[in-house]
Design a protein around this ligand. Structure first.
Ligand code: NAD
Length: 359
C-alpha cells in the first residue's frame, strides 16, 4: 500500500477552513483504494509569524522538502499588513516555491455547464471552457538582473531585465507538452516575438522541442496581446497555454475570471521533487471564520496533487464529484443565485464527498 506523506500549511484567514475540506476529501477518495495519507500540519504566513516570528521557519521548510507533496491554504491578513520585506506573510510563500524548485505553475480553468451563468462573460461564450495555463515561475523579468533604480538627468530611471535561457524554456515547455499529451493535444505558446528578443528565443526553443519530441501535438504561437483578447472572446479554443512568468501572471488572472469565482480555481507549482498545491485565492479576511468560503479551489488542488502522485483515477473521481455537487445545485455564497441551495464550506465539502464515485 502506498502511504504518501503530505505537509499541510493551512495558513491564515479561510486557509484552515478550505484545507480541512480538502483533507477530508483526500481521505475519502483514498479509503476504498490502495493508498493512504500521513499528514504533518505546519504553520506558514501570518500563523508562523505569530508563533515563530518568521513566515516560513527553517524547520517547516525541512518538513516540506521531505514530503511527497505540500498542500497550502492561503496566507496574509490585516494583522500583518504593517510588516515589510522578508517579514511579510507572502514572502514565506515565495521562499517556499523557490526552495521546492517549483519552476512551472499550472492553473486549470474549467467552466462546467452548471457555472456558465456565473461568469461575467456571456454564458454561451464560456460554457465548456477547459484550459490549462502553464506559467514559467522562477525566471523572466521578475528575477532577471540587472534591476534597479539610478539617478539620470533631472530625474531617475528604473529597470528590470527579461532574460530566459534555453534550458529554462525547454523544461517548462516540456511539462506543458506532457500535459497537452494527456489532454486534447493542442498547445498555444504565448510570447511577444514581434518586439522582444527574449520572446524570439522562447518561440524558437518551443518550436524546436515540438519538432523533436512532440510532433503529434498541435502547436500554435500567439502574441500575448492577441492571447489576452482571445481568452475573453473565445476561451474554448484553448487547451494548454504555455508562457513566461510575466505574461503568465497576467493571463492566468484574466482566465481566472471566466468561471465567476476565485473560489473555484486550483493550482500546482511543480518541477522539483516535491509539488506545491494551493487554491489560487488569498486568505479572504472578509469572510474568514464564517463558513462562507468555497472549498472547491482547495479540493480541486488536491485533485491535481493526486495526478502528481500518479493516482489519476482518484483525481478524476474528485473532479467528477465536484461537478456532481454543482449539478445538484449546491452553492457556497460566492456562487449562490436564485434556485440554488446555499451551503456552508463544510456542507459543500460533504456534498462533494457524498458524490465521489465508487471505484
Ligand atoms: P482574496 O483572494 O483573499 O479575496 C478576494 C475576494 O474573493 C474577496 O472578496 C474574497 O471574499 C473572495 N474569495 C476569495 N477566495 C474565496 C473563496 N474560496 N470562497 C469565496 N470567496 C472567496 O484576495 P485579497 O482580498 O486581495 O487578499 C486578502 C489577503 O490574502 C491579503 O493579505 C493578500 O496578501 C493575501 N493573498 C494571499 C494569496 C496566497 O496565499 N496565495 C494570494 C492572494 C492574496
Amino acid at each position: 500500500m502506498n502511504n504518501y506523506s503530505i505537509v499541510l500549511l493551512p495558513g491564515d484567514g479561510i486557509g484552515p477552513e478550505v484545507v480541512a475540506e480538502a483533507v477530508a476529501t483526500l481521505d475519502a477518495v483514498a479509503a476504498p483504494r490502495d493508498f493512504a495519507f500521513r499528514y504533518t500540519e505546519q504553520p506558514v504566513g501570518g500563523a508562523a509569524l505569530d508563533t515563530h516570528n518568521d513566515p516560513l521557519p527553517d524547520a517547516v521548510l525541512e518538513h516540506c522538502l521531505a514530503a511527497n507533496a505540500v498542500l497550502l491554504g492561503a496566507v496574509g491578513g490585516a494583522k500583518w499588513d504593517h510588516l515589510t520585506g522578508a517579514q511579510r506573510p507572502e514572502s514565506g510563500l515565495l521562499k517556499l516555491r523557490k526552495a521546492l524548485g517549483a519552476f512551472a505553475n499550472l492553473r486549470p480553468v474549467m467552466v462546467p455547464d452548471a457555472l456558465a451563468t456565473a461568469s461575467p462573460l456571456r454564458a454561451e461564450a464560456v460554457r465548456g471552457t477547459d484550459l490549462l495555463v502553464v506559467r514559467e515561475l522562477t525566471g523572466g523579468i521578475y528575477f532577471g538582473e540587472p534591476r534597479g533604480r539610478a539617478p539620470e538627468g533631472d530625474g531617475e530611471k528604473a529597470f528590470n531585465t527579461m532574460v530566459y535561457h534555453t534550458t529554462e524554456i525547454e523544461r517548462v515547455a516540456r511539462i506543458a507538452f506532457d500535459w497537452a499529451d494527456k489532454r486534447r493535444r493542442r498547445i498555444t505558446s504565448v510570447d511577444k516575438a514581434n518586439v522582444l528578443v527574449v520572446s524570439q528565443l522562447w518561440r524558437e526553443t518551443v518550436q524546436k522541442l515540438h519538432d523533436q519530441d512532440f510532433p503529434a501535438i498541435e502547436l500554435e504561437h500567439m502574441y500575448v496581446d492577441n492571447a489576452a483578447m482571445q481568452l475573453v472572446l473565445n476561451p474554448r479554443q484553448f487547451d494548454v497555454i504555455v508562457t513566461g512568468n510575466l505574461f503568465g501572471d497576467i493571463l492566468s488572472d484574466a482566465a481566472a475570471t471566466l468561471g465567476g469565482s476565485l473560489g473555484l480555481l486550483p493550482s500546482a507549482s511543480i518541477g522539483g521533487p516535491v509539488g506545491l498545491f494551493e487554491p489560487v485565492h488569498g486568505s479572504a479576511p472578509d469572510i474568514a471564520g464564517q463558513g462562507k468560503a468555497n472549498p472547491i479551489a482547495a479540493i480541486l488542488s488536491v485533485a491535481m496533487m493526486l495526478d502528481f502522485l500518479e493516482q489519476p483515477a482518484a483525481a478524476q473521481a474528485v473532479r467528477r464529484a465536484v461537478d456532481a455537487a454543482l449539478d445538484a445545485g449546491a452553492r457556497t455564497a460566492d456562487l449562490c443565485r436564485d434556485g440554488h441551495r446555499r451551503v456552508s464550506t463544510k456542507e459543500m465539502g460533504e456534498e462533494i464527498r457524498r458524490n465521489l464515485p465508487t471505484p
